[in-house]
Design a protein around this ligand. Sequence first.
Ligand code: GUN
Length: 292
Amino acid sequence: MILLDGKRTSEAIQQEIAAEVAEIKAHGGKIPHLAAVLVGNDGGSVTYVTNKVLACEKVGFGSTLIRYEDDVTEEELLVKIQELNANDEIDGFIVQLPLPRHINTQKVLEAVDPRKDVDGFHPANVGRMVAGLTSFLPATPFGILQLLERYNIETSGKHCVVIGRSNIVGSPMSILMAKAAYPGNSTVTLCHRNTVDLAYHTRQADIIISAVGIPGLLTADMVKEGAVVIDVGTTRVPDDSRKSGYRLRGDVDFENVAPKCSYITPVPGGVGPLTIAMLLKNTLRAAKREIY
Ligand code: GUN
């Protein structure tokens, strides 16, 4: 069993990005700049966005964090997005999800200029991805492709079972794994909450990618010997022995599943760190006008 070290892979990617930024600087070019919009004080979101901004500093990007209270109006957010769209200093920006219920998330995501949509959530980028055109790929699926690629994991002709159909991970992941490119070229099954007999599907999988947020959902009896298991789950569960009061648990019963796997991601330290690296990569691509 080989542990897929997301932390090390993420650091390698960030070093590559930092080297490119140094090169841009040396030639007097514009430093890439990422802005993040954060609404409210949800613990997970605050941590994620803080880490994104810190990662910008580490690779030499400029960064801007824009915070609002939970009661911000949709109109205020839309005005800010128009401002970010028009600001030439900002190469890319994200609106951290989830947003409060009184805000129409889809309307907000569609207000983002697709050329600055480094999360890849705008329908223009989703459509381009489905059509096989260059686009900003959502960071988590993009990170998983990087892990598969950098560990030289064979995906062509393999049966890949994706669990979860979110717009952020499961749906784009299923599309990308079916594409005729490496890493991809897989036969894909997309499972979700209405799937009858999940284990029937997962037992046939060469590659399992679970992105549902149910701790311990994938147990050893559901996994074929030699499978590749990618765990996207990061659910906070109470843990009094920690200063934070919680620990992160994945969708996979790691202790019992790992011995059966050829490759497996840990939680934490698996997919999570890659998400930030790929957001930076997308920001660099935006700054270099690689997509549009
Ligand atoms: N919430 C959970 N994952 C993400 C992400 O990748 N981007 C944004 N903007 N919000 C998220």
